[in-house]
Design a protein around this ligand. Structure first.
Ligand SMILES: [Zn+2]
Length: 75
C-alpha cells in the first residue's frame, strides 16, 4: 500500500477544494470526484460504487420479491 501511486482525478466538478460529501476524501485522494446539483455536494468513485452496489442489491431484492409474488398468483 505504501507504493500505491496516486492517480490524478480524471474528472473533478466544483471547487478545487471540494471533498466527497460521503467520506470526506479530497480531489487528490480519489480518482473521480463528481459534483452534484448542489454546489457543495460531491461524490467520489468509491462512494459512488458503494451506492450503486446498494441500489443494485435493493433492485434485485424487489425483483425477486415480485417474481415470487407472481409465482404465487400463477400457482
Ligand atoms: Zn467518498
Amino acid at each position: 500500500m505504501a507504493d500505491k501511486a496516486k492517480a490524478k482525478p480524471l474528472f473533478v466538478a466544483g471547487r478545487p477544494d471540494a471533498t466527497c460529501s460521503f467520506c470526506g476524501k479530497g480531489r487528490d485522494d480519489t480518482r473521480y470526484l463528481v459534483g452534484g446539483k448542489s454546489p457543495t455536494s460531491h461524490i467520489c468513485n468509491d462512494c459512488a460504487f458503494d451506492a450503486l452496489t446498494c441500489l443494485v442489491e435493493a433492485a434485485t431484492r424487489e425483483a425477486n420479491a415480485a417474481a415470487s409474488a407472481a409465482q404465487g398468483y400463477a400457482a
